[in-house]
Write a protein that binds this ligand. Structure first.
Ligand SMILES: C[S@@+](CC[C@H](N)C(=O)[O-])C[C@H]1O[C@@H](n2cnc3c(N)ncnc32)[C@H](O)[C@@H]1O
Length: 231
């Protein structure tokens, strides 16, 4: 299924005449809608997504997270579930583009407040969250600068954004593997570029660690910086 999805993403990028991003997004959504049926039972939960979510929870614990949290690309709501157990009293909101993922989250975790929508146009008012999180979703975002500006907009002053995702630096980049990585993880950026994108959006990196087995998947905590006029 993953290979089919990647092949159709490539075909879409080659067809020059039609608008590429909406087609790529529609392909992504179909892929995640299909995956949502088995997502929670996948062995990747144990080996990959689970450890990353635990690392995000531990990092936020050190900062005593409280108030309202928004998880972007929330999938079936597993990170929100963990955050709810770690921080009772936190109000939990999730945003995702995939209707299938959200339907699955509604079925298994009815207590969550879930909204369908995109990181690039977050359907919440300014300064409405204390914490924004996102795990293994950023490299799918079709307009990362715009989405990060949206993250800053919905964060309260000094609010925290926890971003865990692949970095291009960690992926094999020699010979043929370089081409495979570029296709498999289209949208993944090197860490330096991630930092520049965050800073460009007014999100100041304050902590960085590895979310997966201490080696892979960088987790960056970034604080909402004051706008130049308020500084
Ligand atoms: C690999 S899943 C990760 C789900 C969840 N964060 C987890 O750790 O289990 C990526 C999710 O990001 C969502 N997604 C991708 N691009 C998005 C965007 N631009 N806005 C909102 N959600 C997006 C997908 O629909 C999918 O549910």
């Amino acid at each position: 299924m993953v290979l089919q999805h990647l092949a159709s993403r490539r075909q879409d990028r080659r067809r020059g005449s039609s608008p590429v991003k909406p087609r790529v997004e529609a392909n992504d959504d179909r892929h995640f809608d299909a995956w949502s049926r088995t997502y929670d039972r996948s062995p990747t939960q144990l080996l990959f997504f689970g450890p990353i979510q635990r690392a995000v929870t531990a990092a936020l614990k050190q900062r005593a997270a409280s108030g309202r949290v928004l998880d972007i690309g929330a999938g079936t709501g597993r990170l929100l579930d963990r955050l709810g157990s770690a921080f009772p009293g936190l109000a939990l909101f999730g945003l995702d583009r995939s209707a299938g993922m959200l339907a699955s989250a509604h079925r298994s975790r009815p207590g969550l407040q879930l909204v369908r929508g995109a990181a690039e146009a977050i359907p919440f008012p300014d300064e409405s969250f204390d914490v924004v999180t996102s795990t293994v979703s950023f490299h799918h975002w079709s307009d990362q600068p715009r989405a990060l500006a949206e993250v800053r907009r919905v964060l309260r002053p000094s609010g925290i954004f926890a971003l865990a995702d692949f970095s291009l630096d960690d992926l094999p980049r020699w010979g043929i593997t370089r081409i495979v990585s570029a296709h498999l993880f289209e949208g993944a950026v090197p860490l330096g570029e991630r930092k520049r994108l965050l800073e460009g959006a007014g999100l100041r990196p304050v902590d960085e660690r590895r979310a997966l087995y201490g080696h892979w998947i960088p987790l960056t905590l970034a604080e909402r910086a004051p706008a130049p006029a308020d500084a």
